[in-house]
Design a protein around this ligand. Structure first.
Ligand SMILES: Cc1ncc(COP(=O)(O)O)c(C=O)c1O
Length: 383
């Protein structure tokens, strides 16, 4: 156990996994831009190869496998997730695919949720089946849908904790119970909440993945993926990460390290702003419905109160009365919120989703909420 692991979340976000650099005493983790590492003798080199290929902690042989900047990030993420270990990948999709590929073989069966990130859906519906893995997609909010699909060869249940874009909250403890009763690995993508708001391993999940690109990096300036679980599971992820070449660059690891130190502070502001915006939107007669787990009108609000004691997240989706033209007019009228995909940035992003029934998704940032609401007013004034 790391010395910071008993401390609280914000302390771990700043301190865990890092310390003065042993080689230089640099207080902040340096960016180790090196592809390879030099050894003093043939014997040392042989031992180095063996250590690196068996994923001994801290062993560095070649930066596709391990790199000191990335190791610091791995340790910090493991500490924040309350996991035995964590691996870092080039982006969230690498994390999602390595979690699935390292858990499933040809002939296996996977049950996954229907409200899920589009590229994950492509993997589940197209890439995995083309390699002989069967997949059933169901709405996981009703657990009976999962139960009905379980077969003897079911090896994985895969969900997003808070789904995209409907912001449905899955009952992780109940799904974990069902999975373990049937000897099934339960994998949760927790991108929309971040480890500050929810740590699925504490609720029975076996493996957690994130697009670290989002809340963990937090500033929209790097791509990054995270996978946490037992050391055995994570070593298997490392094996795939190394051999498929889906590793992160040391510079992006450094950006993620710098970003994640302020995760709790950013998330607190984002949750507060998002809740205020959700209430503001719900009161507008031009709005048909708002999805936000903090609202009493949200179908899983009670569960959200239990699972999300630190806040209900920074994502708000809503639907205006009217069709595509109304949505487009509204979105084109706001000035402070760039029209952009992605989420978790310190600045608010607005994402019109015509293929999801003209839904508007806001990734609420850390700006002053009065300015954000004034900006949304411009949208309402123009429809
Ligand atoms: C829930 C979820 N998982 C995974 C990903 C993929 O992450 P990345 O863009 O870092 O590859 C995304 C991207 O938006 C996402 O929203």
């Amino acid at each position: 156990m790391e010395k910071y692991d008993r401390m609280k979340f914000a302390t771990r976000a700043i301190k865990a996994g890092e310390g003065p650099d042993p080689a230089t005493k640099a207080l902040n983790t340096p960016i180790y831009e090196t592809s390879t590492y030099a050894y003093n003798s043939t014997h040392e080199f042989e031992v180095g190869i063996e250590d690196a290929m068996s994923w001994q902690p801290g062993a560095c042989l070649y930066s596709r496998s391990t790199n000191p900047t990335t190791i610091a990030l791995e340790r910090k993420i493991a500490s924040l997730e309350g996991a035995e270990d964590a691996a870092i990948t080039a982006c969230g999709m690498a994390a999602v695919n390595l979690a699935l590929l390292s858990s499933l073989n040809a002939g296996d069966h996977c049950i996954a949720s229907d409200d899920i990130f589009c590229c994950t859906r492509s993997s589940l519906e197209d890439i995995l089946p083309s390699k002989g893995i069967e997949v059933d997609i169901v709405n996981v909010i009703d657990i009976a849908n999962i139960e009905n699909k379980i077969r003897p060869n079911t090896k994985v249940i895969y969900i997003e904790a808070l789904s995209n874009p409907r912001l449905e909250l899955a009952d992780i403890p109940k799904i974990a119970e069902l999975a373990h009763k049937n000897n099934i690995r339960f994998i949760v993508d927790n991108t929309f909440l971040s480890p500050y708001l929810l740590r699925p391993l504490e609720h029975g999940a076996d493996m957690v993945v994130h697009s670290g690109t989002k809340y963990v990096v937090g500033h929209g300036d790097a791509l990054c993926g995270l996978v946490s679980g037992t050391k055995e599971m994570v070593d298997r992820i490392r094996y795939y990460n190394d051999n498929l070449g889906t590793h992160i660059s040391p510079f992006d690891s450094w950006l993620a390290l710098r970003g994640v130190r302020t995760l709790p502070i950013r998330l607190k502001a984002q949750c507060e702003n998002a809740f205020a915006i959700a209430k503001y939107l719900e009161a507008k007669e031009e709005v048909e419905y708002v999805y936000y787990p903090g609202l009493e009108s949200h179908p899983q609000h009670e569960l959200a109160e239990k699972l999300l004691p630190n806040g209900f997240g920074g994502m708000v989706s809503f639907h205006l009365k009217g069709g595509y033209e109304t949505m487009a007019k509204f979105v084109d009228s706001v000035k402070l919120m760039p029209i952009a995909t992605s989420l978790g940035d310190v600045q608010t992003l607005i994402h019109p989703k015509q293929h999801e029934g003209n839904l508007i998704r806001l990734s609420v940032g850390c700006e002053d909420v009065e300015d954000l609401i004034a900006d949304l007013e411009l949208g309402f004034a123009n429809i």
